[in-house]
Design a protein around this ligand. Structure first.
Ligand code: FMN
Length: 186
C-alpha cells in the first residue's frame, strides 16, 4: 500500500475477527515503529507485546475498574463516563493482540518519540491489513507501579501508547476531519 493510501485508509478499529495476530506480523510492525524519527536519535522506546485474547480482556477489565474509580471529572474524557460504565463496554475491544509502546527514559521528548513510533506501527498495521486502536483510557492503569511489576516491565519505563491489534471485521468509515486551521506566516 502506498504511504498516502495507508494514511487515508487507517481507521481506529474496534471489532475484530477470531483470527490471531501472528508474532511475525507484530515483529514487522515494530520494525516499522523503530524507523520513526526521535530527538537526537535517542530511540527511547521499548515494546511489550501480549498475544492472548483472554488475558488481554482480563487486563482490560482491571484497567476499566481503575479508570471508573478514578474517572476524570473535567475535560473531554469526563464525557465518556456513561459509555465506559456500560457493563458491555470492553476497554481493549476483545482484540487478540496488545502492544504497549514504552518510553525507556524520562528525557524531555521521549513521549513525542514514542508517539511517532506508535503512529508508524499503526500505519504499518494498515499496510498489512491489520486493524489498530490506541487505547488511551488504559494508560493510567498501565502506568501503575503494581501493573508494571505484574507485567514484568521496568518500573521506570512509562507506558505511552497502549495499542490493540487484530484483523478487522470491517474497516470503519471515516469520521471525517475538520478543515485545518492554517496560519500562513510572513
Ligand atoms: C491518544 C489517543 C487515545 C485514544 N484512546 C482511545 C481509547 O481509549 N479507546 C478507543 O476506543 N479509542 C481511542 N482512540 C481512538 C480515537 O477515538 C480515534 O483515533 C478517533 O476517534 C479518530 O478516528 P480514526 O482513528 O478512525 O480516524 C484514541 C486515539 C488516540 C490518538
Amino acid at each position: 500500500m502506498e504511504l498516502l493510501e495507508a494514511i487515508e485508509k487507517r481507521r481506529a478499529v474496534r471489532e475484530f475477527t477470531d483470527a490471531p495476530v501472528e508474532r511475525a506480523s507484530v515483529e514487522r510492525l515494530i520494525h516499522a515503529a523503530v524507523l520513526a524519527p526521535s530527538a537526537m536519535n535517542l530511540q527511547p522506546w521499548a515494546f511489550a507485546v501480549l498475544l492472548d485474547r483472554q488475558r488481554i480482556e482480563d487486563l482490560g477489565d482491571r484497567a476499566k475498574s481503575h479508570l471508573l474509580a478514578n474517572f476524570p471529572r473535567t475535560g473531554p474524557v469526563a464525557s465518556l463516563r456513561k459509555t465506559v460504565e456500560d457493563p458491555h463496554y470492553v476497554l481493549f475491544h476483545r482484540a487478540p493482540a496488545l502492544v504497549l509502546v514504552l518510553a525507556t527514559s524520562s528525557e524531555a521528548q521521549a513521549d513525542e518519540d514514542c508517539c511517532l513510533a506508535a503512529q508508524n506501527l499503526m500505519f504499518a498495521a494498515r499496510g498489512e491489513g491489520i486493524g489498530a486502536c490506541w487505547i488511551g483510557l488504559a494508560r493510567p492503569w498501565a502506568n501503575l507501579s503494581s501493573t508494571k511489576v505484574e507485567l514484568g516491565l521496568p518500573e521506570h519505563y512509562a507506558v505511552v501508547a497502549p495499542i490493540v491489534l487484530g484483523h478487522p471485521k470491517a474497516w470503519p468509515a471515516s469520521h471525517g476531519r475538520n478543515a485545518p486551521e492554517i496560519h500562513w506566516l510572513k
